[in-house]
Design a protein. Structure first.
Length: 107
C-alpha cells in the first residue's frame, strides 16, 4: 500500500522530503510567486523560529514590566492610604488638644 498523505496529515513533516507542489491547471500561468530554493525555505523557517522566540521573550518582558508597574502602583496606593489615616488621626489629636487647652483656660 502506497499512501501519499494529505495536507492535514502529511506523510512526513520534513519539507525536504515532501513532494514539490505541481502548478495548478485552474490558475493562469504566472499568477503565483516563483519557486524558491530549499535553503531559502530553511533559512526563513529558522529566522521565523528565532523571531517567534524573540516575540515570546518580548511579550514576557512586557508582561513582567506591566506586573512591576501594577505592583508599584499598589504600593503607592497603600502608602497613600496609610498617610491619610495618620493625617486624620493627627487632626483628631490636635482637636482634642485644643479642646483640653480651651477647657483649662475656661476654668
Amino acid at each position: 500500500m502506497n499512501t501519499t498523505g494529505t495536507i492535514d496529515h502529511p506523510l512526513t513533516h520534513d519539507p525536504k522530503k515532501q513532494a514539490p507542489m505541481k502548478p495548478s491547471t485552474t490558475e493562469p500561468a504566472g499568477s503565483a510567486i516563483e519557486d524558491f530554493t530549499t535553503t531559502g525555505a530553511t533559512d526563513s523557517r529558522q529566522n521565523r523560529t528565532r523571531e517567534m522566540q524573540l516575540i515570546q521573550e518580548a511579550l514576557a518582558r512586557a508582561h513582567m514590566h506591566d506586573r512591576l508597574d501594577e505592583a508599584e502602583r499598589e504600593r503607592r496606593a497603600v502608602r497613600l492610604a496609610a498617610a491619610r489615616r495618620m493625617q486624620r488621626r493627627a487632626e483628631r489629636a490636635s482637636l482634642r488638644a485644643r479642646r483640653a487647652l480651651a477647657m483649662a483656660v475656661m476654668q
